[in-house]
Design a protein around this ligand. Structure first.
Ligand code: MLT
Length: 393
């Protein structure tokens, strides 16, 4: 028996596991301190009644012989896919129901999609980046090249002629920097991918936070993208489903590589290795896209956006340079006094009892930066803001 040795090339722990370990040891030493956790982007707002009522109703359906459901259809129930289709239609994008695959979240799909690609492909990952893209490619032993995202390019790197890559990761709005590609910039990526026969894996988990109308919420708003991109979406941040687990992936049938439709490969993978998201959860996701659900979520999003504004204002007041927060739930700040990311993490935890995420956890270009999540309760956000304001750096 041989293990997958590629795992030995990973950091010992996943980023957020490392953060949790530091919090746990701090808690053991300082039992009384109340910690404000603005680290992992986990939602705090409870689910609206429109969603809960749908969960209750569908749970009761499971108790009756006439309405009980066993295995669901592969790829998800059409009642949910139709709602997703309507949502895309409203952006001027037509997607067929068999081009939508319901799953338990974008993180799983972005990892699992690698199953349909040869390990010989070269993958292109921006730095800094959501660590899952990197770790899952290390697990597969795939060759990885990095693309620098820095202040010089507004954290939005663009393709250039000499670049040679087959699988391209783009996250917009970006985790961790909060930067968002314009349509013009995305068009450059789409042209690059089509010319090279590459595939773009587009993570749009944070699109609901986009405030500026002209910014694209989907890669499929860009001409030519149907034949080179796969889009991953999540109900986690948009509908507060981090604990419910639901997301979906869109692959157009015209995305063909080596004369094979990637839609059919993914369908084959999905039906073999996945038995679907629970009926009750799919009903809940459907309710989040109903007109009542949309109204409820508009207010929840405004709440998080106001959190981001409060933190941004304080950082501006205390002259800490920052990015993001406007079209994203994340604020990406420069650690004061040229502190390294993990030093600043310890400093904040020990002195202010505030947790954030060290920028270096997202890649080497994240060193000297730090990420704050705006998903906290308002009370916590106000308390954290006050502490930051009162604290001399
Ligand atoms: C984050 O904090 O980066 C995200 O919440 C992680 C995730 O979505 O898996």
């Amino acid at each position: 028996m041989k293990i997958n040795c590629n795992y030995l090339n990973l950091d010992e722990n996943y980023l957020f596991q490392k953060v949790n370990e530091r919090i746990s040891s701090f808690r053991i030493k300082n039992k009384k301190s109340k910690i404000i956790n603005l680290g992992i982007g986990d939602v705090k707002f409870p689910l609206p009644m429109s969603v809960i009522e749908s969960c209750v109703k569908s749970s009761y359906e499971m108790a009756s012989r006439d309405t009980f459901r066993g295995y669901g259809p592969n790829g998800g129930y059409s009642f949910l896919k139709e709602k997703i289709q309507e949502d895309y239609n409203s952006k001027g994008i037509h997607v067929e129901l068999d081009e939508i695959f319901i799953s338990d979240g974008a993180k799983s799909d972005m990892s699992n999609i690698l199953d349909i690609f040869s390990r010989d492909n070269v993958c292109l990952i921006p730095d800094p980046v959501y660590p899952v893209y990197l770790d899952t490619n290390i697990m597969d032993g795939r060759k990885i090249i990095f693309l620098n995202a820095s202040e010089e390019n507004n954290f939005l790197p663009e393709p250039y002629t000499e670049l040679k890559a087959d699988i391209i990761y783009i996250c917009s709005p970006n985790n961790p920097t909060g930067a968002v590609y314009s349509k013009l910039q995305l068009k450059k990526w789409v042209d690059f991918a089509n010319n090279r026969n590459a595939v773009i894996l587009f993570d749009s988990a944070y699109e609901s936070f986009i405030s500026e109308e002209e910014l694209p919420k989907s890669i499929f708003e860009i001409e030519g993208s149907n034949s080179c991109a796969i889009e991953f979406k999540s109900f986690s941040k948009a509908a507060g489903f981090t604990g419910m687990r639901c997301g979906y992936t869109i692959i157009f049938k015209e995305l063909i590589r080596e004369n094979i439709s990637l839609n059919s490969l993914w369908d084959r993978r999905h039906s073999t290795k996945f038995n679907g998201v629970p009926y009750i959860i799919q009903r809940a996701a459907e309710a989040s896209l109903s007109s009542k659900g949309k109204e409820d979520y508009k207010n929840i999003l405004l709440y998080y956006k106001e959190n981001a504004r409060i933190i941004s204002d304080v950082l501006a007041d205390i002259s800490i340079e920052f990015f993001g927060g406007k079209n994203s739930p994340y604020i990406w700040l420069k650690c004061p006094n040229k502190m390294k990311s993990w030093d600043f993490f310890d400093y904040l935890l020990e002195n202010l009892n505030i947790v954030g995420t060290p920028g270096s956890g997202f890649g080497k270009n994240g060193e000297y930066y730090f990420r704050l999540s705006c998903f906290g309760e308002r009370e916590e956000i106000l308390a954290a803001s006050k502490k930051l304001k009162d604290m001399p750096f």
